[in-house]
Design a protein around this ligand. Structure first.
Ligand SMILES: NC(=O)c1ccc[n+]([C@@H]2O[C@H](COP(=O)([O-])OP(=O)(O)OC[C@H]3O[C@@H](n4cnc5c(N)ncnc54)[C@H](O)[C@@H]3O)[C@@H](O)[C@H]2O)c1
Length: 344
């Protein structure tokens, strides 16, 4: 199978491309190598992928429809996995335009490409942030998600809606993933785990938002990739409509929304304790208010994922954090003074 992966130099795109190559597939990666965080980390991920003869890379911005079409022309993909995006809740307050460009215009480019080449399956990354401050837990895909608290969430919800219309109009089989705080080796320097490990290792205090009274349904990258790979093979269709659980399969389009997470929220302070245990150091805590746009808790209902794939993410945070810290130490040794160009 030939797969086009957007965001292939990013955290999740890199892991997915690597897994697909390991499984004997070929991959075209597409990424704008944006400077939201350290581009060297993206280049290092890319260099690993480029060791495979079955991997080709095109650098370009999603909004540039000609560049994206060019990547698809190298070899026409049977499957498109769209992971490229401007991620991050907090940065969407500072730099809203990049979210409109990357997540709305960029995702529309991907939809136009799918309209043109009619892939067997189009899969796109959405987020648990679309649930906003929903009080009803766990978050089920059929729950209302109409009150986003950040522009990031709003652009992802917009992407889902655009994709439904294209799935309906042009019969593009489409799956929207809702990811929940993904973490692990090669992770993002703007996310809590990377920032905490960095600060604690250097003896700096860590900023703990919401006074630590937050919880996240942390999902280990290996579990996320396993889920994605299984879902690639489950093309939305009446034949696989689930009846034992609430299914989001549209009555008007070959379109489905699926949470990917284990359904086990971890309190932030337990997550920090797991990091401290791995590093063998106590963290100095700088307790802060909740950040604007943030939500106190995420908690997935993984029933639909389980019904479709027979699989639910299950790596305990203690093991996942250990895997990250092992990678971080190796990576730091190789790039002793790795600069972290994280937006303030
Ligand atoms: N990591 C998480 O916890 C998480 C949670 C929910 C949703 N998601 C979503 O999953 C996807 C992958 O996230 P990630 O953690 O790998 O993020 P990432 O930032 O590491 O990867 C995204 C990649 O997209 C590229 N990119 C950004 N804007 C682009 C544009 N306009 N044109 C071309 N390339 C562009 C970046 O260079 C980057 O390499 C994103 O859609 C994100 O919104 C991630």
């Amino acid at each position: 199978m030939h797969v086009l992966v957007t965001g292939s130099a990013g955290f999740i795109g890199f892991h997915l491309a690597r897994r697909l190559l390991d499984d004997g597939h070929s991959v075209t990666g597409f990424d704008g190598m944006t400077s939201y965080y350290d581009v060297a980390l993206k280049q290092d991920r890319l260099a690993l992928l480029e060791r495979s003869a079955d991997f080709r890379f095109v650098q370009g911005m999603l909004e540039d429809r000609a560049a994206l079409a060019g990547a698809a022309r190298l070899r026409e993909p049977e499957v498109i996995v769209h992971l490229g995006a401007q991620a991050g809740v907090r940065y969407s307050i500072e730099a809203p335009q990049t979210y409109i460009e990357s997540n709305l215009m960029g995702s529309w480019s991907v939809l136009e490409l799918a309209r043109e080449i009619a892939p067997r399956h189009l899969l796109m990354a959405s987020t648990s942030s679309v649930y906003g401050a929903n009080a009803h837990i766990p978050f089920g895909e059929c729950d209302r998600a109409d009150e986003p608290l950040s522009l990031y969430a709003a652009t992802k919800k917009g992407m889902e809606a655009m994709a439904h219309s294209y799935a309906h109009l042009f019969a593009i089989p489409s799956t929207m993933f809702r990811f929940f705080t993904v973490y692990g080796p090669w992770g993002r320097p703007d996310m809590a785990l990377f920032k905490f490990v960095d600060a604690i290792s250097a003896g700096r205090p860590i900023d703990v938002y919401g006074h630590g009274r937050m919880a996240r349904d942390f999902t280990f990258i290996g579990d996320l990739i396993e889920s994605i790979v299984r879902l690639i093979g489950i093309v939305p269709d009446e034949a696989n409509r689930q009846t034992a659980v609430a299914d989001t399969l549209s009555r008007n389009a070959p379109y489905r929304v699926v949470n990917i997470a284990g359904g086990h929220p971890t309190p932030l302070m337990d997550f920090i304790a797991a990091i401290e245990a791995c590093l063998g150091r106590k963290a100095a805590l700088n307790m802060m208010e909740m950040q604007p746009g943030d939500v106190p808790r995420t908690f997935a209902d993984p029933a639909l994922l389980k019904a479709l794939t027979g699989y639910v993410p299950g790596t305990p945070v203690t093991a996942g954090v250990r895997a990250f810290v092992d990678w971080y130490r190796d990576y730091r040794r190789e790039r002793v003074a790795m600069p972290l160009s994280i937006p303030a």
